[in-house]
Write a protein that binds this ligand. Structure first.
Ligand code: AMP
Length: 476
């Protein structure tokens, strides 16, 4: 099936051709016709599936079909995202796919001056991409008019809720015209998402594509169970022994991120930390250095890493497991993108075993354990008998943690909504390899084949081989 058979017009097809897109991804195949029929959509698709084009292409098509060319543009489509980085990326996609259309778009988010945004909005735009907090600032100052919005898209809605944006979303919904088309994209479906979907969507069409972490395609997952004090040493060992050139490491706390980054630097492993306490300039620089392969390790907290899109990221390490199981899915989804294979390694100590059980229940899979001399805890880990027996416990625990977090944030976490200037500039991006025939959604073989091995046959060399092949791709 080609893009031309999906009902998209020539200017969009031309832009797609220039981008090198030949065939639609599964989510695009499903979403484009349904959205063009003007139906509400509830879509389960995570980053890396091509979801952005899945909603952007039909949106551009519909807006253009009904465009009155002589009138001054007004906001007809509103796209909300949880983070500044994601907002910038989405707007860039709108810009790219819509470059041959007479439609105007802009992006607004916090942490940067509001005046240039006001000036752009004043000139008029058709498509507005925004983070909720800054959007409400504009609403408060009456510098944006949302009274003619025809399309509302909530992208990564689960993260918006995780970040405490539910009240902001409700405020935005209250001022939008009732008669509009709504699209809700979310990687996971918690009860909160279902409630939001019930409130927001009218007889939605449900679309779901396989999540790569569940199918095993693209990302190989493994873990070490070891004493907490040995984690730093093991991480350094993995990086050095595996000759890893680019690894995103997750810690739970900002302080932990700083300390780990300092430790790695002392070991001669170039590293930078990003988290909410870092200045915007420092975050932007750290990300750019990491993308340009100037630093090998980026140590990040969950919120700082949200929305970050790094092509060809070969390794993700969970230095500490997230206490919300779904964050594990988001974290490992940073690797194994754009047709490449990726590895996700978790370093788990005794006190995190409960989190591990929750994660395994969520992904319905037992993550392979690697035993490495000198780094294996004396504690014996016995997986629960049926890791796939459902997710009720995990969900209720996660809901509790989320509720506590929301309460701490007063139901509004807009200050945490990403930081730094957008990092989506095409100029700063590594060049993509010419491997378009090997997209994640087209894979015919499972990544790494590690899953079929016995735990002991995992070796750090396996990881290092994978790293080299990806590096070669990258160098092309
Ligand atoms: P997303 O899931 O929207 O973040 O997209 C993941 C990546 O896939 C982005 O780099 C897109 O440019 C790319 N992509 C999206 N759709 C296609 C397609 N049909 N063919 C090739 N690449 C695509």
């Amino acid at each position: 099936m080609s893009f031309s058979s999906l009902g998209l017009s020539a200017p969009i097809l031309k832009a797609l051709k220039e981008e090198g897109y030949e065939t639609p991804t599964p989510i695009q195949l499903k979403a484009i016709p349904v959205i063009l029929e003007k139906k509400d959509v509830l879509a389960g698709a995570q980053t890396g599936t091509g979801k952005t084009a899945g909603f952007t292409l039909p949106l551009l098509e519909l807006l253009n079909r009904a465009k009155k060319t002589d009138a001054k543009p007004h906001v007809r489509a509103l796209i909300l995202t949880p983070t500044r980085e994601l907002a910038a990326q989405v707007e860039q996609s709108v810009d790219t796919y819509g470059k041959y259309l007479p439609l105007k778009s802009t992006v607004i988010f916090g942490g940067v001056g509001i005046n240039p945004q006001i000036a752009t909005l004043k000139k008029g735009v058709d498509i507005l991409v925004a983070t909720p907090g800054r959007l409400l600032d504009h609403v408060g100052q009456k510098t944006v008019d949302l009274s003619k919005v025809e399309f509302l898209i909530l992208d990564e809605a689960d993260r918006m809720l995780d970040m405490g944006f539910i009240n902001d979303i409700k405020k935005v919904l209250a001022i939008l015209p009732k008669n509009r088309q709504n699209l809700l994209f979310s990687a996971t479906f918690s009860n909160e998402i279902k409630t939001l979907a019930d409130d927001l969507l009218n007889s939605p069409v449900l679309l779901e594509v396989a999540r790569r972490n569940e199918t095993g395609g693209g990302i190989s997952q493994a873990l070490y169970i070891l004493d907490k004090e040995k984690k730093r040493e093991l991480l350094a060992h993995l990086i050095e022994d595996g000759k890893w050139t680019q690894v995103l490491v997750f810690t739970r706390t900002k302080h932990g991120a700083n300390k780990l980054s300092e430790f790695l630097a002392q070991r001669g492993i170039t590293s930078a930390a990003i988290h909410g306490n870092k200045s915007q300039g420092a975050r932007t620089k750290a990300l750019e250095d990491f993308k340009a392969n100037n630093v090998r390790v980026l140590v990040a907290t969950d919120i700082a890493a949200r929305g970050i899109d790094i092509d060809l990221l070969p390794h993700v390490v969970n230095f500490e497991l997230p206490n919300i199981s779904e964050d594990y899915v988001h974290r490992i989804g940073r690797t194994g993108r754009a047709g490449n294979e990726g590895s996700a390694i978790s370093l788990v100590c005794g006190e995190e075993l409960e989190y591990l059980n929750g994660i395994q229940r969520l992904i319905k899979k037992e993550i392979k354990q690697i035993f490495l001399e000198g780094f294996t805890s004396k504690q014996v880990y016995v997986a629960p008998e049926k890791p796939s027996r459902g997710r009720g416990n995990t969900q209720s625990r996660d809901q509790k943690i989320r509720a506590e977090r929301d309460a701490r944030n007063g139901g509004n976490n807009r200050n945490n909504a990403g930081g730094g200037k957008p990092t989506a500039s095409k100029d700063g991006q590594p060049k993509k390899p010419d491997n378009r025939d090997k997209r994640p959604w087209e894979k015919d073989k499972k990544a790494g084949s590690g899953d079929s091995r016995s735990p002991r046959s995992f070796s750090t060399n396996t990881r290092s081989d994978a790293g080299h092949s990806r590096k070669r791709n990258y160098d092309k």
